[in-house]
Design a binder for this molecule. Structure first.
Ligand code: TYM
Length: 355
C-alpha cells in the first residue's frame, strides 16, 4: 500500500540498433502498460555519453529510438515521450543523488564492472555514477513502476536504496514541511518523499540471450550481427538469423523442466513465447517432441509477422523528423513541468535557496 499515485517510467539509450531483447524485454511492456497507467517513456541521451562521449549521430539515434516507441504503439498524446537532456531537472536530481549514494554502492554494480573492464581507474566518472542518473530519471517524477529487462534489476534495487536513504536522511525536514506520503515498509507505515519503486520485470522474455551463445545476453554491442535480431531487419535477414541460431541436437522437451541445461533451446522458446504472448509451457505443449528443423521456421514466421509491421512503421515515421521532434518537444515540456514541481520541493527539503 502506498499513497503515491501510480506512474510508470522507463528509458532506453540511443546507442546502436534496437534489438529483439529491447523490444520483448521492454518496449512491448511499455505498450501494454499504457492501457491502464499514466506512462512516461524517455530516450536517455545523457546516459549514452557514458559509453561514448563523442557521437556522430546522437540526434539520429535519438530520433530512431523515438520512432521505435511510436511504431510499437506508444501514444505520445495520452502519455509522455521525450529525450532526457531536454529536462535538466534529471541532471540536477542526479547530482543530489550523487551526494546521497555511496561510492561502494556504485562499485558493486555488475554493469559498471563489465563496462569498465580491467582498467577501472580510467573509466569515466559518469559511468560510475550512471545508476544515480537512472534513479533521478525515475524519481524526478516519483514514478512507482518501472518496466525493464532483467539486466536492469540491480540498478532498480539501487534506485530503491537511494530513495530510502533520502527519505531517512531528510525525514525531519520532510515531516516539518508536511510533504511526506505514507507508504508501507515491511510492517511499518512511514512517510517519505520518494516512493520505493517497483520493478516490472518478468515473463518469458525478461532476458533474451544471444542467438550465437545462450550464455550471453542479446546486446547492441555484440560484434556479431548474427547474435541479435534488429528491429530494422527485413524478413529475409530475420529468417536467416533464426535458421543460423545455435541449438543443440535434441528435440524440444514437452515441459519447461526439460529446458534445464539447454540455454539455446530455452532462449528460442522464450522468444516464441514473448512474441506470441504465450507462456513457455504453452509453447512446449505445442512444439514438445518436435525438432528444431520444424520449430525454427515456425519461429521465423512468427517473428516476421510480429516485427515486420513495427519495422515498416519505424521507416515511415523516421522519414518525418519534424513530427518526431515535435513529439519530443511537446513531451519535454510536459515532463519538465512535472519534474520542476518535484525539484521545487526537493530544493526546499534540502535547504537550497530558490526564490
Ligand atoms: P538499454 O538502453 O540498455 O535497454 C533498454 C531496455 O531493454 C532491455 N533489454 C533487454 N531485455 C531483455 N533481454 C535483453 N537481451 C535485453 N537487452 C536490453 C533493458 O533491460 C532495458 O529495459 N539503464 C537503462 C536505461 C535507463 C532506464 C532509466 C531504464 C536509463 N534510465 C530509468 C528504466 C528507468 C539501459 O541501459 O537500457
Amino acid at each position: 500500500m502506498s499513497g503515491f499515485k501510480q506512474l510508470v517510467f522507463s528509458g532506453v539509450q540511443p546507442t546502436g540498433n534496437l534489438h529483439l531483447g529491447n523490444y520483448l524485454g521492454a518496449i512491448k511492456k511499455f505498450v501494454a502498460l499504457q492501457e491502464s497507467n499514466d506512462c512516461i517513456y524517455c530516450v536517455v541521451d545523457l546516459h549514452s555519453l557514458t559509453a561514448q562521449l563523442v557521437h556522430d549521430d546522437l540526434v539520429a539515434q535519438t530520433r530512431s529510438i523515438t520512432a521505435a516507441f511510436l511504431a510499437s504503439g506508444i501514444d505520445p498524446k495520452k502519455h509522455i515521450v521525450f529525450n532526457q537532456s531536454r529536462v535538466m531537472q534529471h541532471a540536477e536530481l542526479a547530482w543530489i543523488f550523487n551526494c546521497v549514494a555511496r561510492i561502494g554502492w556504485m562499485n558493486r554494480m555488475t554493469q559498471f564492472k563489465d563496462k569498465a573492464g580491467k582498467d577501472r581507474e580510467n573509466a569515466s566518472l559518469g559511468l560510475l555514477a550512471y545508476p544515480s542518473l537512472m534513479a533521478a530519471d525515475i524519481l524526478v517524477y516519483r514514478a512507482t513502476h518501472v518496466p525493464v529487462g532483467d539486466d536492469q534489476k540491480q540498478h532498480l534495487e539501487l534506485t530503491r536504496d537511494i530513495a530510502q536513504k533520502f527519505n531517512n536522511d531528510f525525514s525531519a525536514r520532510i515531516a516539518s514541511l508536511g510533504v511526506g506520503v505514507p507508504m508501507q515498509i515491511g510492517d511499518e507505515t512511514v512517510n517519505g518523499f520518494f516512493p520505493i519503486t517497483e520493478p516490472v520485470i518478468g515473463g518469458p522474455a525478461a532476458r533474451i540471450m544471444s542467438l550465437r551463445d545462450g550464455s550471453k545476453k542479446m546486446s547492441k554491442s555484440d560484434p556479431s550481427d548474427l547474435s541479435r535480431i534488429n528491429l530494422t531487419d527485413d524478413a529475409d535477414t530475420i529468417s536467416k538469423k533464426i535458421r543460423k541460431a545455435k541449438t543443440d541436437p535434441d528435440a524440444l522437451p514437452g515441459e519447461v523442466a526439460g529446458l534445464e541445461g539447454r540455454p539455446e533451446a530455452e532462449n528460442l522458446v522464450g522468444i516464441y513465447a514473448g512474441l506470441a504472448d504465450m507462456t513457455k509451457e504453452a509453447v512446449l505443449a505445442e512444439f514438445g517432441g518436435r525438432q528444431f528443423s520444424d520449430f525454427k521456421p515456425a519461429l521465423a514466421d512468427l517473428a516476421v509477422e510480429k516485427l515486420a509491421p513495427v519495422a515498416g512503421e519505424m521507416r515511415r515515421i523516421s522519414a518525418d523528423t519534424a513530427y518526431i521532434d515535435a513529439v519530443l518537444r511537446d513531451g519535454g515540456e510536459r515532463a519538465g513541468t512535472k519534474a520542476e514541481a518535484t525539484m521545487k520541493t526537493v530544493r526546499e527539503i534540502i535547504g537550497l535557496l530558490d526564490n
